[in-house]
Write a protein that binds this ligand. Structure first.
Ligand code: NAG
Ligand code: NAG
Ligand code: NAG
Ligand code: NAG
Ligand code: NAG
Length: 318
């Protein structure tokens, strides 16, 4: 039964290497209305903007940090609840720039004094069009080039050392999305309003004292003031840590700020991707085992064996 054990071991190696792969993707390098500096920086955004020469007066003792590579903006028309309409615009590096104003980041040093706040300010650098789910040919929504907008997310702490998205409010320059094609054109220009919902289901939550990263969150939704039209915002490739980014202990890099190595991913270990890996690994291992067991059970024919027959003698010349 030894080879069975070897196979089991092999199978578990496969499974664990797949698991390891999926949890590896975790690490990514790294409502105020105060007027911003207008010194726009290329994405990715990181606030507080430590070591960005355009911004002065950053408190180097600040203990929290947000990193963000982009947003996905979704517009929903839920007039017909059984046939929801969506259109999406992806804002990625090159599509927008970010800015920072004093007090855009609120990092209480005492965890009980939450919420923690981050204000995200973006300005599009080109016209961004979004297609709807049922027509990928003609753009259904648009964010004009040069549109600047801001919103603030609040991360509420809970007494059991967790944090979660507890609020999202638009700034004095709310996001505006133009509807170009039915059903979005009837709404005209949709403006995000601060009545927000789906905070709890956006999946933005973590453990205090650990890092948190996400490749794409679920959307949290803003009202637009127009019935049954809503603007949702998803954070793309983001990382948040609420405490401990000040590396006082690092003698090689005094004054550096970076995320810790303990990072939780918003995608659980058993994501659809890892299941795909696990199942294909198991199928392959099953095939291997089947082949091996089949070969093991092959018996050579002994029908013509004649033990009484004179043995063949081979003379070896020296
Ligand atoms: C943050 O780092 C700076 C520079 O090393 C240090 O002076 C300061 O005390 C640190 N703050 C905290 C809260 O650790
Ligand atoms: C944090 O604040 C709470 C309430 O304000 C206080 O009881 C606690 O001692 C503070 N903790 C620290 C470490 O300052
Ligand atoms: C939207 O449609 C245009 C025109 O067909 C296409 O070029 C573009 O790639 C589409 N965008 C997305 C996000 O699918
Ligand atoms: C988060 O905290 C703020 C301020 O304490 C509060 O107004 C808000 O309702 C909280 N959000 C949630 C979801 O608990
Ligand atoms: C600031 O940035 C420069 C170059 O971008 C880098 O060489 C330097 O080490 C950074 N300083 C800190 C304290 O991170």
């Amino acid at each position: 039964m030894n080879h069975w054990q070897v196979h089991l071991l092999l199978a578990s190696f496969c499974v664990f290497s797949v698991l390891g792969q999926s949890s590896d993707g975790t690490t990514m390098s790294g409502g105020n209305t105060a007027s911003a500096g207008g010194k726009y920086q290329p994405l990715p955004l990181h606030i507080p903007p430590f070591n960005v020469s355009d911004y002065s007066g950053i408190n180097d003792d600040e203990q929290c940090m947000l990193y963000l590579e982009g947003l996905s903006v979704v517009v929903m028309d839920n007039l017909d609840k059984s046939n929801l309409k969506f259109a999406q615009i992806d804002i990625r590096a090159g599509d927008a720039e970010w800015d920072y104003a004093k007090d855009d980041v609120l990092c209480p040093t005492n965890f009980t004094q939450g919420p923690y706040k981050f204000t995200i300010r973006l300005k599009t650098t080109r016209e961004l069009n979004g297609n709807s789910t049922d027509d990928s040919k003609t753009p259904a929504i648009r964010i004009a080039s040069g549109t600047s907008f801001s919103f603030t997310i609040s991360l509420n702490t809970t007494l059991d050392l967790f944090w979660k998205l507890g609020g999202a409010i638009v700034g004095s320059d709310p996001l505006q999305v133009q509807g170009l094609k039915d059903p979005f054109s009837t709404a005209g220009t949709m403006v995000a309003k601060s009545r927000v919902f789906s905070l709890e289901t956006a999946g933005i939550n973590g453990v205090y004292g650990r890092g948190w990263a996400c490749s794409l969150t679920q959307a949290f939704w803003f009202n637009t003031g127009t019935d049954h039209y809503f603007i949702g915002i998803m954070l793309y490739n983001t990382q948040i840590q609420l405490t401990g980014i000040n590396s006082t202990a690092d003698a090689n890099c005094k004054g550096c700020h970076y995320f810790m190595q303990q990072v939780d991913d918003c995608v659980g270990t058993f994501s659809p991707g890892s299941w795909m890996g696990i199942i294909s690994a198991l199928v392959m291992v099953a095939g291997l085992m089947f082949g091996y067991v089949m070969l093991q059970s092959v018996q050579t024919i002994d029908l013509f064996d004649d033990p009484k027959h004179k043995q063949i003698v081979i003379n070896v010349r020296e």
